[in-house]
Design a protein around this ligand. Structure first.
Ligand SMILES: Cc1cc2nc3c(=O)[nH]c(=O)nc-3n(C[C@H](O)[C@H](O)[C@H](O)COP(=O)(O)O)c2cc1C
Length: 198
């Protein structure tokens, strides 16, 4: 499986990239045969959503070449970690804008959250769950949430063994759900199904 680590902050001095890189290192140390890759919002060229055709109606075909490039990148993954801070009890707006540009690319694929904030990013995760469910993604039972007080002593991200255990619990679920989702998509394509007479 190919799993993205979507780093969703474009803020100067952001923690998102530090958290994302730690997650990548942890995930690669699993040696589980899956590929993990950072998708950093700061490295993407994504405009504010102005397209006339609603993303849910576009079926992956976009007028804006920037959206097409974003679509092709995101469509290539089987599952996603969202590395998310919390802005005013919700999700970061730029991350939501990037998310909203697409639709079919996310659908029927699992998403796990790596969140941080005063309360561990609980408000962001709550809203992300609503948002991604609306689009038809598969949400998991566990999240990795890092409250500032416990995991950012002296403003330094310090996940420790407890943080790593949280991340790997989400990863176990995400990998499993990605594999199941990939099989069920294959089963929906008749000419790829062994049961199909053609
Ligand atoms: C506009 C704004 C609103 C924020 N609101 C919250 C909030 O409601 N709850 C919270 O825990 N942290 C809040 N924060 C603090 C962020 O969680 C913190 O800045 C975090 O580091 C942002 O992620 P980043 O460093 O990856 O950009 C807010 C930050 C900004 C910029």
């Amino acid at each position: 499986m190919k799993i993205a680590i979507f780093v969703g902050s474009v803020r100067n001095g952001r923690y998102a990239r530090i958290v994302g890189e730690w997650a990548l290192q942890q995930l690669e140390s699993r040696n589980d045969g899956n590929t993990y890759e950072i998708v950093d919002l700061m490295e993407q060229d994504i405009d504010p959503l102005t397209a006339e055709v609603l993303p849910g109606m576009a079926k992956g075909v976009y007028e804006d070449p920037k959206t097409t490039a974003w679509s092709e990148l995101i469509a290539g993954f089987d599952g996603y970690f969202f590395v998310t801070g919390e802005h005013n009890a919700s999700v970061p707006a730029m991350m939501k804008n990037a998310y909203d540009q697409l639709h079919i690319e996310w659908q029927n694929k699992p998403v796990g959250y790596i969140a941080y904030g005063g309360g561990g990013g609980i408000g962001a995760v709550k809203h992300w769950r609503d948002i991604t469910e609306r689009v038809g993604m598969i949400n998991l039972a566990t999240d990795a949430m890092f409250p500032f007080g416990e995991y950012f002593p002296d403003y330094v991200f310090t996940p420790g063994e407890r943080g790593a255990a949280m991340l790997h619990a989400v990863a176990d679920e995400l990998v499993d759900a990605s594999e199941r989702a990939a099989v069920s998509v294959e089963a929906q394509v008749p000419w790829q199904s062994p049961a199909h007479p053609l």
